[in-house]
Design a protein around this ligand. Structure first.
Ligand SMILES: Nc1ncnc2c1ncn2[C@@H]1O[C@H](COP(=O)(O)OP(=O)(O)O)[C@@H](O)[C@H]1O
Ligand SMILES: [Mg+2]
Length: 230
């Protein structure tokens, strides 16, 4: 489904020294897998997620989506994949303040079709924010706005969801709700979720541990809760 081979990402600093944000990354996600990516701040989680989604170019290495290298695709082709087949949940929600909550959810799809509106309203209901559908996002709390971003990521029924610390702005019970919703999509949807909070990864199929730009190990989520398990 999604594969990366020998990725590296180098940033230069002001003294022209090169710094590896990612090094020797090999990665494979199958259809329907939910994969957690855990590691401390600065370990490369966001960089890896953006490269896997094609939003960022690696310094070396290749990402394949359904066996096609996204590096050799035209900009239009890769943008079409992102629009139709990928869903994004970022750490910051990037809502459009002059649109209503409902129209924010519908920006990625053809808004005139009633079926999309129904799907969007249904998602807002599941997330407990349907009452805000016709309001502007600035009226909502940070957590509620993150839920709008989650509805927006799910409305086009993406094949892959890229979620960068999706629960960072949520309290524990809302974080749980969001992870339950993501986990309910497992099987049909591939879900990649970065976090430094292991407690949200209970339902992941496996967990990739990152450290200093490398993948240092892959485990089952149970090893996060019981260190004697591998
Ligand atoms: N635009 C950038 N320019 C220079 N260095 C960056 C940039 N973005 C990230 N980095 C560095 O790359 C490393 C990995 O960052 P990041 O992928 O954001 O890690 P994480 O998401 O795990 O916190 C960090 O050392 C960070 O400082
Ligand atoms: Mg990050």
């Amino acid at each position: 489904m999604l594969e990366a081979r020998e990725l590296s990402l180098i940033y230069g600093n002001e003294r022209n020294e090169e710094y590896y944000a990612l090094r020797d990354i090999n990665f494979l996600a199958d259809r329907g897998e939910m994969i957690g990516m855990i590691g401390p701040s600065g370990s490369g989680k966001s960089s890896l997620l953006y490269i896997l989604s094609g939003l960022k170019k690696p310094t070396a290495g290749t990402v394949y989506y359904q066996d096609h290298s996204i590096e050799v695709m035209s900009f239009n082709d890769s943008a079409a994949i992102r629009r139709k087949e990928y869903g994004f949940i970022f750490q910051r929600h990037f809502l459009i303040d002059y649109l209503t909550v409902l129209d924010n959810v519908l920006v990625v799809v053809n808004q005139s079709q009633k079926a999309w509106r129904n799907t969007a309203i249904n998602l807002l209901e599941i997330l407990g924010i349907a009452d805000f559908a016709d309001q502007k996002p600035h009226k909502m709390s940070v957590g509620q706005r993150q839920k709008v971003a989650i509805a927006r990521a799910l409305v086009n029924k993406p094949k892959i969801i890229f979620a960068d610390e999706p629960t960072a702005s949520l309290d524990h019970s809302n974080a749980r709700l969001v992870m339950d919703i993501l986990a309910s999509l497992k099987g049909q949807t591939t879900i990649l979720v970065t976090t430094h909070d292991y407690s949200i990864l209970e339902q992941a199929d496996r967990v990739i541990h990152m450290w200093d730009g490398r993948i240092i190990k892959t485990t089952l989520p149970s090893s996060l809760f019981d260190p004697t398990k591998k």
